[in-house]
Design a protein around this ligand. Structure first.
Ligand code: 5RP
Length: 262
């Protein structure tokens, strides 16, 4: 595997690299899911290897657990860890208040549980994920398979009274079958185009029978690290009310690509 990455992977890499610098020895760290989070797992594994950094990871999906195991990050379950110092994860969209849409990778349920059980959540993203208003990315909602069409109809009915621009709801597929999550559920994608009141929508969606969780993360994320392909990273901290910019040297160790094959 060559060290030549696409601009988008460079942006994801520098965001991941900067976020991993927040990890301190002895921390219990929630490990997110997705292509950006995979860079974070690689960068964290590099610190474990090179510095002997002592950490325990709590993965948010079977995919992330496999990657962490393969790269030598010690992992445990959330029930064993109980409470985490930090979770680092990707997002599909984030707004000015650091409200998020997550679940593009179908892992929103574990991701929300793990992030909520952490002192701090840091989101890593490329600049394209920043939006003025959430909703261009379809909002994932995890539902149990039993009676999913009823849950879908109830969601459609609910959306009529919500401040959204569109109301199409689709079942996420994996080929010609419904996609099955790690918890053996289905994902409904809500094509809303614009979500006027994400807080209200997040609350009412979870009242619908059959809905397990939705992909709106409100008041959960503390920091977003935005990566750019030229090495710039912008760190937005909602609690400090600060925004700082720095540059990350783009020099990934060659063995950081070890899991990606030739
Ligand atoms: C998985 C997620 C991901 O964090 C989100 O989809 C972003 O993924 P990527 O980093 O590949 O763009 O929520 O459920």
């Amino acid at each position: 595997m060559s060290a030549e990455l696409s601009p988008i992977d460079k942006a994801k890499f520098v965001a991941a690299k900067r976020a991993v610098a927040f990890v301190e020895p002895g921390m219990k760290v929630g490990l997110g899911t997705g292509s950006t989070a995979a860079w974070m797992v690689r960068c964290l594994a590099e610190r474990v290897r090179e510095e002997g950094l002592r950490v325990v990871g709590v993965p948010t999906s079977t995919r992330t657990a496999e990657l962490a195991r393969k790269l030598g990050i010690p992992i445990t379950s959330l029930d064993d860890a109980k409470w985490l110092d930090l979770t680092i994860d990707g997002a599909d969209e984030f707004d000015l208040n650091l409200a998020l849409i997550k679940g593009g990778g179908a892992a929103l349920l574990q991701e929300k549980i793990v992030a909520t059980a952490s002192d701090q959540m840091i989101v890593i993203a490329d600049a394209a994920k920043e939006v003025a208003q959430l909703g261009a990315f379809p909002l994932p909602v995890e539902v149990i398979p039993f009676g999913w069409q009823t849950s879908k109809a109830l969601i459609e009915e609910l959306l009529v009274s919500m401040d959204v621009l569109d109301r199409r709801v689709t079942l996420r597929m994996n080929g010609d079958k419904p996609l099955i999550t790690d918890e053996a559920n289905y994902i409904l994608d809500l094509h809303l185009k614009r979500i006027g009141n994400p807080r209200q929508l997040a609350l009412v969606l979870n009242q619908i029978p059959g809905v397990v969780e939705n992909g709106l993360f409100i008041d959960i994320c503390d920091i977003v690290v935005v990566g750019h392909s030229d090495g710039r990273v912008v760190v937005k901290d909602i609690n400090a009310g600060s925004e700082t910019q720095e540059r990350i040297e783009f020099a990934p160790a060659l063995n950081i690509f070890a899991d990606m094959g030739e």
